[in-house]
Ligand binder design. Structure first.
Ligand SMILES: [Zn+2]
Length: 133
């Protein structure tokens, strides 16, 4: 279960920061990329389970999906992954869902027409906000 390793890793990292700062954590926001192929509900359940007895026990923890962003390397414009693949056929969208790198084979930059696209964010999971009190 990949999610378990990820969630314990995040809680460990936050615990270390809180200890170093010698502060209590009041809020943590965890952003799960839409292309990260994690089960967001499982992440939420694991956070609830694993934070007991840690510095996060009394903190507000928000787990939310983060939309993927594709950037055109030619003109520098950024586009939402969803809006970029929206005009494609269902088959193509399904393929891209599993192999997001293929986005540049199927789509081109709506602004300049270049196919030199890269996925800028939305593939990982990260702590996007942390507040202490
Ligand atoms: Zn472009």
């Amino acid at each position: 279960m990949h999610e378990l390793v990820i969630v314990s890793g995040i809680i460990d990292a936050i615990t270390q920061v809180a200890e170093r700062e010698n502060k209590k954590v009041s809020l943590v926001r965890i952003a799960v990329g839409e292309l990260a192929s994690f089960d967001i509900n499982l992440i939420r359940e694991l956070v609830e389970l694993l934070r007991k007895g840690t510095c996060l026990e009394e903190a507000e923890v928000i787990v939310e999906e983060e939309g993927a962003v594709v950037r055109c390397k030619t003109c520098g414009m950024s586009w939402g992954f969803k809006e970029l693949v929206e005009p494609l056929s269902e088959d193509e969208r399904e393929m891209i869902h599993f192999l997001p790198e293929l986005v540049s084979s199927f789509s081109k930059c709506p602004s300049c027409g270049s196919r030199d696209l890269e996925i800028e964010s939305g593939r990982g999971i990260r702590v996007s906000q942390i507040e202490f009190r």
